[in-house]
Design a protein around this ligand. Structure first.
Ligand code: NAD
Length: 483
């Protein structure tokens, strides 16, 4: 089987470790590819290449914004040209339904287009300043941060890559990218595209390998000026601690346990529809998943009955067959999800549906879990407090708006939250009170390249996407001119 390698300084090369790692199709447990398994030395080489590209050659950072934009647009076109192939890659690698992988590919291409456009718009400002020193003129300019390390998780392999690489490259940085070792394939394809469009050597480097072996060096190295990370809160803490040595800039997009608050006056069918998307889309492996449904007591029974009816009707199967729900990404994640389910049962939550591994028919060897609903959950239960990152939802009830808000905020996380009501003023009041970086009213989970994404509290800091997403990868220089 051909081995996919690192891409460092414009060259494909195997890890100095000589080791390889198997990439598994979670739908059937079969090995679909081999990738080189990097260690700290590979990351050091990639960092050195990025440092030379940024500080010595400077070809990319000195290139005019519109020229960089041209290359980003060619990257977007190349992604679109390989869309079917890339979608199959993410489906085989991650387990998600093919049509959802295809949406990820379209969104990834659009992300490169968005930042290609944004970098051609005005950057910086001109200031009226006091004339105590005589006539002065001041302006500011946005410059790239330098060498940026980017680390992503496995739930949206290509899309998470695009969220970070597009703005980092648009801003003129040199990057070292480490995708999740669980889902590395579409990252390799993306770097083939970078090579094909002719990014200057060393501008974008790819290191394939595990977090502790290959990722840690990216966080600790004093030659890295910035690290942005999407993944679990625990890993985020490790990265932030390692990054302190040279005070590199840090951006963290972490986990969540997001509340989906549904009032009695909500359109019930609409709320059920969005709650399904909120918690079962992408097998529930979504950082913003509405995994705590807080529902007004008077409509709870009707809502739960309808949600369970919909959940039981979901088709489950290999992503390539385009079911409603695909496989959990790995055997390890499957065990984690099943562990959460068992603990919820032991701690007294009422299992409404699901709650078991799904092994029927062609799912026998894959890592499938039935969509799972727990009712009568209480605040002390792990299922209410801990991120599952699987198709499992905990239901709790409230009787007043104030109680709903207090329950919504009763979590160390603050990534997302939703509100369902036909009372517009209440929707705005509640959304304002929810301590989270991303909120939805009468919908759940839609995400846009144009709008900033990120968390409060232990869901991290910094923003992906939107104008804020570009600013993260820039620093601002003040220029004062003595007239
Ligand atoms: P993870 O933290 O285990 O791994 C994420 C990435 O970090 C991987 O590339 C991994 O190799 C790397 N890594 C692990 N240890 C490292 C270390 N010590 N140093 C450097 N890198 C290291 O997370 P995961 O299991 O891949 O993804 C699931 C998590 O990601 C969930 O908690 C989820 O909420 C979160 N997530 C957040 C967002 C967001 O936007 N906030 C989006 C997607 C996923």
């Amino acid at each position: 089987m051909e081995v996919r390698n690192n891409y460092i300084n414009g060259q494909w090369q195997a890890s100095v470790s000589g080791a390889t790692r198997e990439v598994i199709n979670p739908s059937n447990g079969e090995v679909i590819a081999l990738v080189t398994d990097s260690v700290a030395e590979d990351s050091k080489q990639a960092i050195a290449a990025a440092k030379a590209a940024f500080y010595q050659s400077g070809a990319w950072r000195r290139m005019a914004g519109p020229k960089r934009a041209d290359l980003l647009l060619r990257i977007a076109d190349a992604i679109a040209a390989r869309a079917d192939e890339l979608a199959v890659m993410d489906t085989l690698d991650n387990g998600k339904p093919l049509r959802e992988a295809r949406c990820d590919v379209d969104d990834a291409a659009a992300c490169f287009r968005y930042y290609a456009g944004l970098i051609t718009k005005p950057q910086g400002g001109v200031y009226e300043v006091s004339d105590g020193f005589g006539p002065m003129h001041a302006y500011s300019m946005h410059e790239p941060v330098g060498v940026c390390a980017l680390i992503t998780p496995w739930n949206y392999p290509l899309l998470m890559a695009a969220w970070k690489l597009a703005p980092a490259l648009a801003a003129g940085n040199a990057v070292v990218f480490k995708p999740s070792e669980v889902t590395p394939l579409s990252a390799v394809a993306l770097f083939e595209i970078f090579h094909q469009v002719g990014l200057p050597a060393g501008t974008a480097n790819l290191v394939l390998g595990s977090g502790p072996a290959a990722g840690q060096e990216l966080a600790a190295s004093h030659d890295v000026d910035m690290i942005t990370f999407t993944g679990s809160t625990r890993t985020g803490q490790t990265i932030a601690a390692a990054a302190v040595g040279n005070l590199k800039k840090v951006g963290l997009e972490l986990g969540g346990k997001s509340p989906n608050v549904i009032f009695a006056d909500a359109d019930l069918e609409g709320a059920v529809e969005w709650a399904m998307i909120g918690v079962f889309f992408n097998q529930g492996e979504v950082c913003s998943a509405g995994s705590r449904i807080l529902i007004e007591e008077s409509i709870k029974d009707r809502f739960v009955a309808r949600l369970a009816e919909r959940a039981r009707a979901m088709s489950i199967g290999p992503g390539m067959k385009d079911p409603d729900m695909g496989a959990i990404v790995s055997a390890a994640q499957l065990e984690k999800v099943l562990g959460h389910i068992e603990r919820a049962k032991q701690q007294g939550a009422t299992l409404v549906c699901g709650g078991v591994r799904h092994t029927a028919g062609e799912c026998a060897k894959g890592y499938f879990v039935q969509p799972t609903i727990f009712d009568n959950c209480t605040r002390d239960m792990d299922i209410v407090r801990e991120e599952v990152f699987g198709p499992v939802v905990a239901i709790q009830t409230f009787t007043s708006e104030a109680e709903a808000i207090a329950m919504a905020n009763d979590t160390p996380y603050g990534l997302a939250g939703g509100v369902f009501t036909t009372d517009g003023a209440r929707a705005l009041r509640v959304v304002k009170e929810i301590r989270a970086g991303v909120t939805w009213i009468n919908c759940y989970n839609p995400t846009f390249n144009e709008a900033p994404w990120g968390g409060y509290k232990m869901s991290g800091y910094g923003r992906d996407l939107g104008v804020n997403g570009l600013l993260e990868y820039q620093q601002v220089k003040q220029v004062n001119i003595n007239l």
